[in-house]
Design a protein around this ligand. Structure first.
Ligand code: GDP
Ligand code: IMO
Ligand code: MG
Length: 430
């Protein structure tokens, strides 16, 4: 039995939902450890598409218990909607299938209002998802947040809301000209959320620890991606949580000694939603091919994703900061039909060649990618299930990536469906 962390190796939307859904039958627990409803994880099973924002991607695998960990920020309205959507599609989620950490922080309507107001007012927008993510993580750090356990204590809730609103009402009203929240209405809303979510609330750290002691397998599901990490991403154009594999420890409440494998998930090319530097972005025919064939529109906001070539500087950085032991290389099928596939092997900036990812967004903006060109292929590969059956050029492309990163590709994605997957090695063993 082993414990595996799945993380995005790029700017998010790498296909984490598909990989976690595919691996979930091998795990007893699937645990989300950070982020919130800014995530949009797509699962396609037997032609039916399910998009998850807060519920872990093991939910369509009946044997798994899905856990929303303490590091996740929960918007109860979004979560209840997601539960209702699943129920409508025939997946009734009972307590046996889902637990929510009593320590997770709650996204209040004012967090969303602040997120949107800032984006409207700011001269240099981050292009957030508008889900209140930055403001709620700020509340957490400033120790004025409201947690899931608070929703279950109506007698103390008014005090917690008072602390939460104290400075933020002022900001909303006086700085941004938005209405301040009505405390009584908010209190009633929170009590109602508490009643509805109570059946799922648990001390999930104890639950995860019991699974680990019983030698059961746990799959930790990351959201966003390495380049959106608060410390190691393209700051300030990042999200507000630790998206790295190390974040699974604090975000789920386990020690680092418990993690056996880190699966780094990457597309066979690169995309980004929102603002910020993106050295291999391609506005020409190549980028248009990737956007069109890859259907690159955001699963949460519907925004068009920016598209470009695979960037090995990004991926080497991701391998290092996450300790990636295996790769999942998704959307290889999207490259079919290109005469030439470009790959960035370094950057040129201020007359120098660099191979490490720079800290400064300004330096990164100035970086010119150094490309290698690889031959494309024209054969459809969505029906391929063994790497030996891939066209020669596609196989060579996979091998080139493995050699450059010194990490094996365990999983290769050849279509959106759960089964459109080449599985070469299994992080859980067999
Ligand atoms: P996540 O946020 O990392 O879970 O990724 P998203 O769900 O936001 O975006 C990935 C998109 O690519 C979704 O529409 C998936 O259905 C789709 N997808 C995942 N893997 C593959 C693949 O191997 N090939 C193709 N063509 N699509 C894929
Ligand atoms: P998944 O889990 C892609 C991006 C936003 C914005 C920045 C900050 O589906 O891969 P935030 O709302 O978090 O404050 O926005 O991060 N972003 C994502 N991009 N996939 C995601 O999640 C993202 N979550 C946030 O577009 O640039
Ligand atoms: Mg996504």
């Amino acid at each position: 039995m082993s414990n595996v962390v799945c993380v995005g190796a790029q700017w998010g939307d790498e296909g984490k939902g598909k990989v976690v859904d595919r691996l979930a039958p091998h795990a007893d627990l699937v645990v989300r450890f950070q982020g919130g409803p800014n995530a949009g994880h797509t699962l396609v099973v037997d032609g039916r598409t399910t998009i998850l924002h807060l519920i872990p991607s093991g939910i369509l695998s009946p044997g798994t218990l899905n856990v929303i960990g303490p590091g996740v920020v929960v918007d109860p309205g979004v979560l209840l909607e997601e539960l209702a959507g699943l129920r409508e599609s025939g997946v009734a989620v009972a307590r046996e299938r889902l637990r929510i950490s009593d320590r997770a922080h709650v996204i209040l309507p004012m967090h969303r209002a602040l997120d949107l107001a800032r984006e409207r007012a700011s001269g240099r927008r981050i292009g957030t998802t508008g889900r209140g993510i930055g403001p709620v993580y700020e509340s957490r750090v400033s120790r004025t947040g409201v947690r899931i356990c608070d929703l279950l204590e109506p007698d103390h809730l008014r005090d917690r809301l008072g602390a939460a609103l104290y400075e933020r009402s002022f900001l909303l009203e006086k700085l941004y000209g938005e209405p301040a929240p009505d405390v009584d209405a908010l209190l009633a809303q929170c009590v109602e959320w508490g009643e509805k979510l109570a059946p799922y609330v648990d001390d999930v750290g104890v639950l995860i620890d019991r699974a680990l002691r019983d030698d059961r397998s746990v799959l930790f599901e990351g959201a966003q991606g390495t380049l959106l990490d608060l410390d190691h991403g393209t700051y300030p154009f990042v999200t507000s949580s630790t998206t790295l594999a190390g974040g699974a420890c604090a975000g789920a409440g386990i020690g680092p000694t418990r993690i056996d494998h880190v699966l780094g998930i990457t597309k066979a090319y690169t995309t980004r939603v929102g603002s910020g530097p993106f050295p291999t972005e391609d506005d020409g025919p190549g980028g248009r091919h990737l956007g069109t064939v890859g259907a690159e529109f955001g699963a949460t906001t519907g925004r068009k994703r920016r598209c470009g070539w695979l960037d090995l500087v990004v991926l080497r950085h991701a391998v290092r900061v996450n300790g990636i032991t295996g790769l999942a290389l998704l959307k290889l099928d999207v490259l079919t039909g290109l005469d030439e596939v470009r790959v960035c092997v370094g950057y040129r900036v201020a007359g120098k060649e660099i191979h490490e990812f720079p800290a400064s967004a300004h330096v990164l903006e100035a970086c010119e990618p150094i490309y290698e060109s690889h031959p494309g292929w024209s054969e459809a590969i969505d029906g391929v299930r063994r790497v030996e059956d891939l066209p020669v050029a596609a196989r060579a492309y996979v091998e080139m990536i493995e050699q450059a990163l010194e990490v094996p590709a365990h999983v290769i994605g050849v279509g959106p469906e759960r089964d459109a997957t080449i599985e070469r090695a299994h992080p859980f063993g067999r």
